[in-house]
Ligand binder design. Structure first.
Ligand code: SF4
Length: 342
């Protein structure tokens, strides 16, 4: 049994990052920095968008916290002059592609992604050249250059809908996440050629580790992200994007729920589903479940990037234009009613 004190203790638990232990920011430091960030936000007419995997203090000062789809939708409709993007580099690029005339800044330019790295544009182009009938579906976790080579972009929240809407006479090529691609194939029954890339965080979960946590918490449903390997997805009670995890956990009658995705998600779930206990799914190697790229952003770096309006995302005009088409196609298909998506 868990009580309120235990929930509180969990919320205050130290968060592991690499070999060091990252402690929550002292409240007085958080208060002064967040006040300065709010003042800068007013001065710049800025909006702060933060991914679900960001550190808790960044999530707490953001105007919007969400998954890649939600963040792209927010970026597409914002009237702010400056977009402050707290996530990894390809996400800030996506915001710039959707808002070429706006200033887009990010706390750390070096915040990359193993999926993005796995798919260089030149290698993708070489594969595309082997089959002119390919229809290229790119997971949003890729560079602007790869987006520019794609026919449509997907996120984990809309991939099934978008693959269902893909032209029936084309050969589908899915890049760069082989696990998400395999899960989408299972859902849609559309065969696809899969790029051999993966998220280095989500492939750490194994069947054995999930089986152990299931034995420890037999009544807790397991919720996993589709970037997890098939052996893990098969054990999960629900496989979904981080945004859909919030809805699933809110409506679930279970008090304890095991979560197999990046650790930043626990903060959002604890805020949005009070009274529930979220158990981070263990891995065989690392106990932190953290993405080292996502965790490069800190509240201090967020403050500094707003103060200095740097680093900014800059992309050539032709690339911006070409990469915008598949993202806009995604947003359009995503907004269609379900029975009209095909
Ligand atoms: S969690 Fe995985 S997919 Fe997301 S940014 Fe980190 S490496 Fe990339």
């Amino acid at each position: 049994m868990h009580d309120a004190a235990e929930t509180q203790a969990r919320a205050a638990r130290p968060i592991r990052f690499d070999d060091s232990v990252r402690q929550p920011m002292p409240p007085e430091r958080f208060d002064s920095l967040s006040q300065e960030i709010l003042a800068l936000k007013r001065k710049l007419n800025a909006v702060i968008l933060a991914h679900n995997y960001q550190v808790p203090e960044i999530q707490d000062v953001a105007d919007f916290v969400g998954d890649s789809l939600g963040l792209a939708q927010q970026a597409a409709k914002t009237e702010a002059s400056v977009i402050v993007f707290c996530g990894v580099h390809f996400m800030a690029e996506t915001a710039k592609i959707l808002n070429p005339k706006k200033t887009v800044i990010l706390p750390d330019r070096d915040a990359g992604c193993s999926l993005e790295e796995s798919c260089p544009a030149a290698k993708l182009k070489a594969l595309q050249d082997t089959n002119p009938n390919f229809w290229t579906i790119a997971y949003i976790n890729c560079s602007a250059e790869v987006k520019a080579l794609a026919d449509v972009i997907v996120t984990s929240g809309n991939a099934v809908k978008i693959v269902n809407a893909a032209p029936k006479d084309r050969d589908l090529l899915f890049v760069p996440d082989e696990n998400l691609g395999a899960w989408v194939m299972e859902q849609t029954k559309r065969p696809m050629t899969l790029w051999k890339g993966n998220c280095y965080v989500h492939v750490e979960w194994t069947h054995a580790a999930l089986t152990r946590i299931r034995q420890k918490y037999p009544n807790a449903p397991i919720v996993a992200h589709p970037e997890c390997p098939k052996a893990v997805r098969m054990l999960a009670d629900e496989v979904c994007s981080t945004e859909k995890m919030v809805a699933y956990c809110r409506q679930s009658p279970a008090r304890e729920i095991v979560i197999a995705t990046e650790a930043g998600m626990l903060h959002r779930l604890e805020k949005e589903c009070p009274g529930k206990i979220f158990i981070p799914a263990p891995t065989d190697k690392c106990a932190c479940n953290e993405c080292r790229f996502m965790k490069m952003n800190t509240l201090e770096k967020l403050h500094d990037c707003m103060l200095n309006l740097s680093p900014q995302v800059e992309l050539p005009a032709a690339l911006l234009e070409r990469a915008r088409l598949p993202i806009e196609r995604m947003l359009e298909i995503s907004a269609r009613p379900v029975d009209n998506a095909g």
